[in-house]
Write a protein that binds this ligand. Sequence first.
Ligand SMILES: *Cc1c(COP(=O)(O)O)cnc(C)c1O
Length: 365
Amino acid sequence: MIPFVDLKAQYLSIKDEIDTAVIKALESTQFVLGSEVVALEEEFAHYCNADSGIAVNTGTSALHLALLAAGIGAGDEVITVPFTFVATTAAICYTGAKPVFVDIDPVSYTMDVTQIEAAITERTKAILPVHLYGQPADMEPILEIARRHGLVVIEDAAQAHRAEYKGQRVGSLGDIGCFSFYPGKNLGACGEGGMVVTSNPEYERKMRMLRDWGQERKYHHVFKGYNYRMDGIQGAILRVKLRHLDKWTEARRAHAARYDKPLANAGVKTPTAMPYSHHVYHVYAVRSQQRDTLQQKLQEKGIQTGIHYPIPVHLQPAYADLGDRAGAFPHSEAASKEVLSLPMYAELSADSQTQIINAVIAEYV
Ligand SMILES: *Cc1c(COP(=O)(O)O)cnc(C)c1O
């Protein structure tokens, strides 16, 4: 069986380093925040080319804090895409603001920047692009539109650790960058985790306080805050893994290149890395009008795949109250019916890849 992701293979490849870090963290008894988390914040912010990092318990919390720091709340609107994981939309709703969707570009699967201006109203406060699958959204026009309309730009970089747009790391392109360290992400904890990065000292101060009950110092609550703190053990583990991320990213990119050529001639549409992007292939999604059959045939051959995502957020029952009907975002809706994510992880072997490629080709000849 070829799994869709193999967390065991990653753990075994660095077991000694992880085990040592965990034992050290246990012995320190810094179970919540602490020196390992502080060190991770500095190292990860530096890695993203941002001044500060604030470690949190999930990527969803990162998005929530970013929106709160930007002053977003009830009555405001935030422009985002419906073709994403539900957390992007959920975080906007947590603040009381209204998500306003624009469709994706059908080639990059990221925000169609030509639709943004028509979605702006006097209530719009922010644009929240998603660097889906590990490919940065087209940030230059997004930042230009935001500047012209006085909007904050918050990046959902949960799938895009180390991705670059025109040579610059994601997370530091907009005002605030949000990352997830969910286990299956390109940089994953052994549990939940997330981070916001920013170079704006006001946002930094506010997010640091909001993460820990809105405290300025112990028991002095300036804001109505949250418990969004990162575990000390996760901080220690993530510091170890961060040292391997460049190597793992290169392995993902090499696997993508190995998939690209034979699959491009095999009847499926392979992913397009845009000229501006250094794609980090969190997900390698091919596209086929017989997606469900293809998935089933691969499953029969012991090849696990995924669908990211089968229903766009505007068609989820939970968000029916936003009032967007089927047909409103045709590119998102078509993609959700046709994309199929093939196995992708740094440790994926050349043998497994050959089996996967041959299994896909077999469906189309
Ligand atoms: C994973 C993910 C999130 C949420 O991260 P969690 O750590 O699971 O809360 C948000 N946005 C996108 C695009 C994601 O893929």
